[in-house]
Design a protein around this ligand. Structure first.
Ligand SMILES: *Cc1c(COP(=O)(O)O)cnc(C)c1O
Length: 402
């Protein structure tokens, strides 16, 4: 029985859409490193990278400061430049598009598929062809396994081979997902795969991220750019003054992560499978509850996919019900349920409208999805009475607003 809820009265805690799960072994692991010689740039970095490689089946991994830094490192190491065209989904976090801007490149979008909410390969091909008709080539596609549902990677790979672009998986939502029964699909389809360990994600290091790749050259470049562009690689040094000597051939950043964060990451990674299982059970509860009522659309799962449920994107037909989404949010907040929306379509951000000329109506499937989407709480520590309270409260408030 949940101690937060007694006799169906309102819980004292706030339910948010996502939350970390930290236990004593996590705390112990961090304390151990705090007492060691290496707080940063020590052996726990490599250890975490090795664990990520074996878990996700990649040849190389570079852990870094956060997922956004990871995307920036990917953009630079893939050589994105001025006038390059990068395409992503409008339904993603800002960082998936911003990384193109960091590199000075130009961003564009392809609308989402209405059932998986991931980038629609047909719309993507239309966009690529439109550019080709203007003698322009698309440099890269940043595909996002939105909410934890894998993109149509077979179709994306076919397009990659046909039109020769770089393929990035912004995999921040999808740790634990499977595509064609394969848990390690991400690096098999994408040139580079980006992870985030922000507390709302599947596993956390506080702030943190990682880039996975099977490409050795790319990995070397990422690791160099992660620390200021400094290298001690004998094969590229112009000279060598001695053991202290390093050179800088291109400008990089300090995008490192600490050893104690990596210790937390190693401990969390061991629990990824059980966290994902709990998320799937929560999703099953919501699926059962909301699929019986035609005011809702529950997230679909395609035949090739096993969902990892970073989010539970519930669509409520506010438009047909003539209910204000804003009022619904405020009433839910009064009941201590803090909903979110993932995402405001990125092309409608003032920055992108102003600098690239995007407008309402450009990506109608994404815009319709935005009107209806609500991210309801999903994280491992929710139990059945929490789920019951959340689901019943959603129904009760919608009924009251009729
Ligand atoms: C969280 C997230 C990021 C950014 O990760 P940070 O660690 O917060 O910088 C990028 N893309 C997507 C899709 C995300 O969900």
């Amino acid at each position: 029985m949940n101690s937060n809820i007694t006799n169906n009265r309102q819980p004292k805690i706030n339910y948010s859409y996502g939350k970390q799960t930290i236990s004593d072994d996590d705390i112990q692991a961090v304390v151990e490193i705090l007492k060691s010689d290496w707080l940063t740039q020590g052996p726990t970095i490599k250890k975490f990278e090795n664990e990520l490689c074996s878990k996700f089946g990649s040849k190389y991994a570079s852990v870094c400061a956060n997922g956004t830094a990871g995307l920036h490192l990917i953009a630079l190491s893939l050589g994105w430049n001025k006038n390059d065209i990068i395409i992503t989904s409008p339904i993603t976090f800002l960082a998936s598009a911003n990384c193109a801007i960091y590199a000075g490149a130009k961003i564009d979008f392809a609308d989402i598929d209405s059932s998986s909410y991931t980038i629609d390969p047909n719309k993507l091909e239309d966009k690529i062809k439109l550019y080709l008709s203007q003698n322009k080539k698309v440099k890269a596609v940043v595909a996002v396994d939105y909410a934890g549902h894998p993109c149509d990677w077979e179709a994306l790979k076919t397009l990659k081979e046909k039109y020769d672009f770089q393929l990035v998986n912004d995999f921040c939502h999808a740790l634990g997902a499977e595509y064609k029964n394969d848990f390690q699909y991400a690096v098999k389809y994408a040139d580079a795969v980006n992870l985030s360990f922000h507390p709302v994600k599947h596993i956390t290091t506080g702030e943190g991220g990682a880039v996975l790749t099977n490409n050795e050259v790319l990995d070397k470049r990422i690791k160099t750019l992660r620390t200021h562009g400094m290298t001690k690689d004998e094969s590229i040094l112009e000279k060598n003054d001695g053991p202290w000597y390093y050179e800088m051939h291109e400008v990089g950043f300090n995008y490192r992560i600490t050893d104690f964060q990596c210790a937390l990451g190693i401990c969390q990674l061991k629990k990824l499978d059980s966290f994902v299982e709990k998320r799937r059970n929560i999703a099953k509860y919501y699926d059962n509850f909301f699929s019986q009522d035609n005011r809702f659309i529950i997230p679909d799962v395609s035949v090739n996919a096993k969902h990892a449920y970073h989010l539970y994107p519930l669509q409520i037909k506010f438009d047909e019900l003539k209910i204000s989404k804003k009022d619904f949010f405020l009433k839910m907040k009064e009941k201590n349920i803090l909903l979110q929306v993932h995402y405001i379509p990125v092309h409608l951000q003032p920055f992108y409208k102003k600098n690239f000329g995007f407008n309402e109506g450009d990506f109608p499937v994404a815009e319709k999805f935005y009107e209806r989407e609500v991210s309801i709480p999903i994280y491992p520590s929710l139990n059945e009475s929490d789920l019951n309270y959340i689901s019943e409260t959603i129904l009760k408030i919608l009924n009251e607003m009729k």
